[in-house]
Design a protein around this ligand. Structure first.
Ligand SMILES: Nc1ncnc2c1ncn2[C@@H]1O[C@H](COP(=O)(O)OP(=O)(O)OP(=O)(O)O)[C@@H](O)[C@H]1O
Ligand SMILES: [Mg+2]
Length: 280
């Protein structure tokens, strides 16, 4: 049998890396990051009692949209996010991301949680590098990419610190760098700034806006904070409890960039409309 060509062998050995680089060179196509949620219901079973956490929900998000989910505690926001992430199986209906039926987690969908979920035994850089292992990059390529993303979130100088040596805002910056380094098309964020003080929260909102505008991911962002949703989102889905469903879809037609201290009539009108919906 003929010996395989050595160039082909080396290509096959490095296929993960090659695919990754090809994906990067292609850049962000406008078609990446489309989310289609159709007739999605999630029913949990607690002992013998069935509970509908999410009821027949439909959402379509175009690539690059920043969407926010807002609603009372227990209305199914995390359940919806977890179904898009592939952590929770739908009881009815389903989720399709860029034509792929979601039935398990996938690298094209990044998730950021309120509690940062960093590995305590890795440094900031180690946390980012670890996530990059799946792409088959060499260790020096992983290091360079990790530093690049830590620089982007303003943490290059703190790359050797461990999570216990970082503030809450810094930990969330590491989590964002780690997720963005994998170059997902969709970013799911579950109350990511909920544990931060008011000032740090505003700084993180500004950072997120900067990253979103430069990288144009599709973002689905859960928050309890109406002002936060209004500062960030193109579209806000307001949910109600038991069974969780979307009761109103609000297109936020406020010009960008939106100042953090914005409090004009347009902003106040949106805010009272959403607070009114949440009171019901
Ligand atoms: N794994 C689970 N098993 C059983 N019931 C669950 C599970 N996860 C969530 N639930 C229930 O489903 C409902 C929706 O929960 P979910 O966590 O999605 O709400 P949420 O809107 O994210 O709330 P919060 O704002 O407090 O985070 C709640 O009544 C909750 O008790
Ligand atoms: Mg939740």
């Amino acid at each position: 049998m003929q010996e395989p060509d050595s160039a082909l062998c080396s290509l096959l050995e490095r296929k993960d890396e090659v695919l990754y680089n090809v994906k990067n060179q292609l850049g962000k196509k406008e078609t990446q990051g489309r989310i289609e949620i159709s007739k999605l219901s999630v029913i949990y079973q607690n002992k013998k009692v069935l509970q509908t956490a999410l009821d027949t929900t439909d959402i379509i998000l175009k690539p690059g949209t920043f969407a926010s989910l807002i609603g009372p505690s227990g209305c199914g926001k995390s359940t919806l996010l977890n179904a898009v992430a592939g952590f929770v199986k739908p009881s009815e209906g389903g989720v399709v991301v860029d034509g792929r039926q979601v039935d398990e987690p996938d690298v094209s969908v990044g998730v950021i949680f309120q509690n940062f979920a960093l590995f305590p035994w890795f440094s900031a850089r180690g946390n980012v590098e670890f996530t990059l292992k799946r792409f088959g990059l060499s260790s020096s390529e992983r290091r360079e990419r990790a530093i690049e993303f830590l620089r982007e979130v303003g943490l290059e100088e703190h790359q050797h610190k461990f999570p216990s040596q970082l503030s809450g805002g810094m930990k969330q910056r590491v989590a964002i760098a780690r997720t963005l380094a994998s170059d997902p098309d969709v970013l799911l964020m579950d109350e990511p700034f909920g544990a931060l003080d008011a000032q740090t929260r505003l700084e993180m909102q500004e950072l997120l806006m900067r990253l979103w505008q430069s990288r144009k991911k599709t973002v689905l962002f859960v928050t309890h904070d109406v002002d936060e949703a209004l500062r960030l989102a193109d579209i806000i889905f307001v949910m109600s409890t038991a069974p969780g469903r979307i009761i109103e879809t609000i297109n936020v037609d406020i010009a960008r960039p939106r100042a953090v201290d914005r409090m004009d009539n347009q902003f106040i009108d949106y805010r009272s409309r959403i607070l009114g919906l949440l009171r019901h």
